[in-house]
Design a protein around this ligand. Structure first.
Ligand SMILES: NC(=O)c1ccc[n+]([C@@H]2O[C@H](COP(=O)([O-])OP(=O)(O)OC[C@H]3O[C@@H](n4cnc5c(N)ncnc54)[C@H](OP(=O)(O)O)[C@@H]3O)[C@@H](O)[C@H]2O)c1
Length: 222
């Protein structure tokens, strides 16, 4: 049975992807900072498989990444890594605080880079392995009041495209997913999106990503 590790797997798109992998006979490892959210997601996942583990891992903290990944791979090999953990702070560029900027760069960019660096040597030992980077249409074009979020997602795109070239011909397949707005807790702390009823159901987006995971670039416009 293959194993998938999903960062930010306790809520939103990450949880929906976890549910799909569970329904498709994967061992599922969900990670995140908030153990209450992880425990609630694990309860849902247990309806579909008993092979579910939740592990605390803060992608802004390299020591936490190293600790969590070594704990997981000491118990089970990992075949699929989904870099889904992400944060967004929106509004006029001049209003973004140092905190907001650091949070987005440290989580979205450096979190993805360090998680990949920690896990790729292991993934290369597997007969077939996949990295799925959850980016956004914010990684495809600039948007008003999203400057640094967009910058972080362009960085993820550049990183993903470069890894695709570097590992071409190896057993490691790398995808980038570029989706429009989804109705998830991502928007709970901001009024940047005025009408959330127009956002996509993350379960539908998760299904499209899962079905197209062999593609290098998965673009899902709103
Ligand atoms: N919602 C949208 O409209 C939309 C559109 C395009 C792309 N995206 C991208 O989709 C991804 C998932 O977002 P979502 O919409 O599903 O929102 P979400 O429900 O807020 O999920 C984000 C997840 O990231 C985790 N996370 C945040 N900081 C973390 C950290 N330092 N370490 C570990 N985990 C961390 C959170 O868990 P903890 O709080 O437990 O750590 C949470 O489970 C993000 O990368 C986002 O940029 C979202």
């Amino acid at each position: 049975m293959p194993t998938v590790l999903i960062t930010g797997g306790g809520t939103g798109l990450g949880k929906e992807l976890a549910l799909l992998y569970a329904k498709n006979q994967y061992n599922v490892v969900i990670t995140g900072r908030d153990t209450t959210k992880l425990a609630a997601a694990k309860e849902e996942l247990l309806h579909f498989t008993e092979n579910v583990h939740s592990v605390k891992m803060d992608v802004k903290n390299l020591a936490s990444i190293k600790q969590a990944i070594s704990e997981v791979i000491s118990k089970t090999p990992i075949d699929v890594l989904v870099n889904n953990a992400g944060v967004g702070y929106f509004g006029p560029f001049s209003d973004l605080s140092e905190h907001d900027i650091n949070e987005m760069i440290d989580t979205n960019v450096k979190g993805t880079i360090f998680t990949c660096q920690e896990l790729i040597p292991h993934l290369l030992t597997r007969p077939e392995a996949t990295i799925m980077n959850i980016i956004s249409t914010a990684g495809l074009r600039g948007k008003v009041n999203e400057s640094v979020y967009v910058a972080s997602k362009f960085a993820m795109r550049g990183f993903t495209e470069s890894l695709q070239k570097e590992y071409e011909g190896s057993s490691l397949h790398i995808s980038g997913a570029y989706m429009g707005g989804m109705s998830t807790p991502f928007w709970d702390e901001t009024d940047h999106i005025k009408d959330r009823s127009r956002l996509k159901d993350p379960a539908i987006v998760a299904e499209e990503i899962y079905n197209r995971q062999q593609e290098l670039e998965i673009v899902i416009e709103s």
